[in-house]
Design a protein. Structure first.
Length: 451
């Protein structure tokens, strides 16, 4: 049967390319300040119609608390069969500086065997992956299917999470496949089993009533920017490890390795520049807290004057691993910043977003069926990795459907450059993952009935 599924998916790949091109042309950025909201509505309607055509009989557009439209569908399965929820999102990151793109970001363009365009991987490539899998199975479907396509995932405004809490019956399933991550590399089947949480703060430093001439007052006058630099420097040790007083930072990753050379290539680390941290790459990106300086408010180089800064600010992002309470982590970070202030500088910490980490349980029948299907599709055993990013929906779903197994898969391998200029997808990833998903759905339906 796997050969038949593979043949069906291969025959459908030209259609998948056309559909992805149609989706990429829709500028579905969920921010009306940047693109017309009609673009998101158009994408939502397209996704709704496509899943109906693929065999999901009941699909609706539901408004959420943040104004976005969620595509919610349900096709009941045969009596006694399990239900699988397939998740994706149709909203995208803005293209950013379009002069940095080698192609039009809203025109799907093939180059060197990859398909380029904003959203080609994150996450419209996963929309197409789900559609391919369902079409390869054909109707009637052998089990129950729920469809959830989010319309504001990239803005993090929480509309779908609110809908999950308000209407949990719409998300009831035995297995949930979150199509919004990717393989460790092209051709290596991978499931993401942990997600780091996030803690954001803005630290403000003040030292003077106003700017002062650096020649007349420089020396004894406390420089707020210099004070901020001193504070931020305390957040890394000599090896580049994140160090926040009160937070453990020596955790190790028990799953698949992330080789240094591969990481250097994936991240575009310049020749001669070393990696930071004393643990392995996998430890750093999946198991330990890490802090990033997202931005700073200070005088720009061009136009700067010979003056001492009276105030300066920085926005910080702390990623926290599973097992670490993000609220306690935010408290620890705020206390560390306040205690690190030199020269009696006034420090205030503005608390922003918090997202909880997530850990999947992998010992159920769903994971067993998924592992077998991935191995059939790719010819390699399924690997387990973590993900440095956060997907708050996973915790929301886990709370309302506590017995469901949750697995994160998708087409977004490192070369996709999601969120960056020149985002792309390898079409072989769409094809192989669609085969794997169809085989999983087939195998899971049979396995559950035999139990």
């Amino acid at each position: 049967m796997s050969d038949e599924i593979r043949s069906r998916v291969a025959d459908l790949m030209p259609t998948a390319c056309d559909e992805l091109a149609t989706l990429v042309a829709m500028r579905s950025v969920a921010d009306p300040r940047q693109f017309p909201p009609e673009e998101c509505t158009r994408a939502a309607e397209w996704v709704k119609d496509a899943f109906i055509a693929a065999g999901v009989g009941q699909v609706d557009l539901l408004s959420t608390s943040d104004g976005s439209l969620a595509v919610i569908g349900h096709q009941p399965g045969p009596e006694g069969s399990p239900t699988v929820l397939l998740y994706c999102h149709y909203d995208i990151q803005p293209p950013g500086d379009e002069t940095l793109w080698h192609t039009d970001p809203f025109t799907l363009t093939e180059h060197d065997g990859r398909w380029y365009g904003r959203g080609a991987a994150d996450c419209k490539g996963n929309v197409v992956m789900h559609l391919l899998a369902l079409r390869a199975l054909g109707t009637p479907l052998p089990l129950g299917i729920r469809i959830v396509a989010e319309g504001s995932e990239e803005t993090g405004t929480g509309g779908l999470e609110d809908l999950v809490r308000a209407r949990p019956e719409l998300f009831d399933a035995d297995m949930i496949l979150i199509g919004d991550t990717g393989n460790a590399e092209v051709g290596s089947p991978t499931v993401t089993t942990t997600l780091r949480g996030l803690v954001n703060v803005v630290v403000h430093v003040e030292t003077l009533a106003g700017e002062l001439h650096s020649g007349m007052f420089g020396g004894p006058a406390p420089d707020a920017l210099a004070a901020l630099v001193r504070i931020l420097a305390t957040l890394r040790d000599e090896d580049g490890n994140t160090v926040v007083d009160g937070l453990e930072s020596n955790q190790t990753w028990p799953g698949a390795d992330y080789p240094d050379a591969q990481f250097r290539s994936d991240a575009g680390v310049l020749d001669g520049v070393g990696l930071t941290g004393s643990g392995s790459v996998a430890d750093s990106v999946w198991a330990r807290p890490t802090l990033t300086i997202l931005g700073m408010d200070c005088p720009p180089v061009v136009g700067s004057a010979a003056a001492i800064s009276p105030r300066a600010s920085a926005r910080l992002n702390l990623r926290v691993p599973p097992g670490m309470d993000p609220y306690k982590a935010q408290d620890a970070l705020a206390a560390h910043l306040e205690n690190a202030a030199p020269w009696g500088a006034r420090v205030t910490v503005e608390r922003e977003a918090i997202g909880s980490p997530f850990r999947a349980y992998t010992d159920g029948p769903g994971y067993a069926a998924l592992g077998a299907a991935m191995e059939d599709a790719f010819g390699k055993k399924l690997g387990h990795v973590g993900h440095g990013g956060s997907i708050p929906l996973c915790n929301a779903l886990s709370a309302v459907v506590p017995n469901a197994e949750i697995a994160l898969i998708g087409v977004e391998e490192p070369r996709c450059l999601i969120h960056a200029p020149n985002e792309s997808v390898d079409p072989s990833e769409i094809e192989n993952l669609a085969v794997a998903e169809a085989l999983f759905l087939q195998r899971y339906a049979r396995a559950d009935r035999q139990c």
